[in-house]
Design a protein around this ligand. Structure first.
Ligand SMILES: *[C@@H]1O[C@H](CO)[C@@H](O)[C@H](O)[C@H]1NC(C)=O
Ligand SMILES: *[C@@H]1O[C@H](CO)[C@@H](O)[C@H](O)[C@H]1NC(C)=O
Ligand SMILES: *[C@@H]1O[C@H](CO)[C@@H](O)[C@H](O)[C@H]1NC(C)=O
Ligand SMILES: *[C@@H]1O[C@H](CO)[C@@H](O)[C@H](O)[C@H]1NC(C)=O
Ligand SMILES: *[C@@H]1O[C@H](CO)[C@@H](O)[C@H](O)[C@H]1NC(C)=O
Ligand SMILES: *[C@@H]1O[C@H](CO)[C@@H](O)[C@H](O)[C@H]1NC(C)=O
Length: 359
């Protein structure tokens, strides 16, 4: 393959309607030697999406501070949970204050540029005031969007290796997390600092663990998916990322990741590598549109040489609820790692979500 994407300009839908006839069509579902965080779908049309997601969660269970930024390039027709709009490039920020109260804003761009440098990227959502850049140690999001009520920065100092759904960041990896859902995790865990001003006066600042991934598809979101659980967090010295996806055919797919001391312990999509199930209230599995959100989850993850992890997650606060299909939560984790006769108990904080799209 000779395709090397150096620079991608994503323009407004009207432009694409006329330009797309001349644009090469592709969706990348197998990794190249580099370009992990680069654009994966061309063109963005009524049924495709490609976006960049960042989050930070506090490390203190008594502090519910979180920040999530997503740089979308998708029309609402491809991802039906966005506010209806003719724009396809929008940056959205969601925050939760220490007391769990929520605030969010969206800033529309009149185009976007993503520049690829090795496995990393820089992105400008034109005239939205939102951009990110790769730095020596990770990433930096810069926000200067007073009209959208926010200015400031969010930094990510990487502490764990990047990965794909089934393994490390190397060429030839399968990038499909579930049917037609591509996923690449440039930052599995980071030391992050959020320093924002909200509505011109409230300072919202905290330190926590950070994360960045991207996902994409060549079909409208939900075409093949029945439900899924995603989450990530830091448990003691372990950086964890989990996926458990149920397709509309009933096939369950997995992605398990654990790293320690900046080394991958587990990165696998093999059956048995991980299992995520709701626990407590509303713990029906599989979840359907009419079931309520659960009060927690149990995650079983094979840590390879370090043993088996059993993790209980408790929802501390919802971060977004697009009921009934989507919910995102902040919560605490308590894990027990068993290796032979030895059991170790650890705690931490996590950010996690669920989709349920069928009845
Ligand atoms: C939560 O914190 C925010 C930000 O400090 C504040 O504006 C809000 O009033 C607080 N809410 C409650 C219920 O205390
Ligand atoms: C972004 O805006 C600048 C000027 O503000 C313009 O030169 C550039 O072409 C725009 N890029 C895209 C992708 O729209
Ligand atoms: C993309 O991934 C992020 C986090 O990993 C998640 O919040 C979002 O729901 C995902 N969406 C799709 C459509 O893949
Ligand atoms: C959008 O692009 C996808 C993937 O390239 C293609 O399969 C689909 O037919 C396109 N849809 C439209 C409406 O052009
Ligand atoms: C469980 O579902 C019910 C009904 O949808 C809802 O009222 C309740 O808040 C849910 N429990 C939790 C922990 O979200
Ligand atoms: C979460 O924190 C609460 C309050 O500190 C505690 O009661 C609960 O056991 C914790 N849950 C987990 C799974 O660690």
């Amino acid at each position: 393959m000779t395709r090397r994407i150096i620079l991608l300009g994503i323009f407004c839908q009207a432009f694409f309607a006329s330009a797309s006839r001349h644009v090469e069509h592709y969706t990348v579902f197998e990794s190249l030697a580099s370009g992990l965080d680069g654009p994966k779908v061309q063109p963005i049309n009524a049924t495709t999406f490609d976006w960049w997601y960042f989050d930070v969660v506090s490390t203190n269970p008594a502090d519910l501070s979180t920040a999530v930024v997503t740089f979308f390039s998708t029309p609402p027709s491809a991802f039906p949970f966005l506010t209806p709009s003719n724009d396809i490039t929008v940056a959205v920020l969601w925050i939760s204050y220490p007391n769990g109260s929520l605030w969010s804003t969206a800033s529309y761009a009149d185009g976007a540029t993503v520049k690829v440098d090795g496995d990393y990227t820089s992105g400008i959502w034109n005239n939205s005031g939102f951009s990110w850049a790769s730095t020596e140690s990770g990433y930096l999001i810069e926000i200067d969007a007073p009209d959208a009520g926010v200015t400031g920065t969010i930094s990510f100092k990487t502490v764990a290796p990047p990965h794909y759904p089934c393994g490390p960041a190397e060429a030839g990896q399968n990038l499909e997390l579930g049917p037609h859902i591509g996923w690449a995790n440039a930052i599995s865990d980071a030391d992050s600092t959020v320093d924002l001003h909200i509505d011109g006066n409230t300072r919202f600042a905290f330190k926590g663990t950070g994360y960045h991934d991207k996902n994409w598809s060549d079909v409208t979101f939900g075409t093949h998916i029945a439900s899924w659980y995603w989450g990530r967090g830091r448990l003691g010295p372990y950086s964890l990322v989990w996926w458990d996806v149920l397709s509309r055919t009933g096939a369950e797919t997995f992605s398990a990741y654990a790293a320690k001391d900046n080394k991958i312990l587990a990165a696998s999509c093999a059956p048995g590598s991980i299992k995520v199930r709701p626990i407590g209230q509303n713990s029906t599995y599989p979840p359907v549109l009419s079931t309520g959100n659960p009060s927690g989850y149990r995650v079983e993850l094979d840590l390879g040489p370090d043993g088996k992890l059993e993790l209980d997650l408790t929802v501390l606060a919802p971060l977004i609820a697009l009921n009934p299909e989507y919910a995102r939560f902040v919560g605490n984790m308590s894990g027990s790692i068993t290796c032979g006769k030895h059991t170790e108990k650890l705690t931490g904080m996590a950010l996690f979500e669920q989709f349920k799209l069928t009845e």
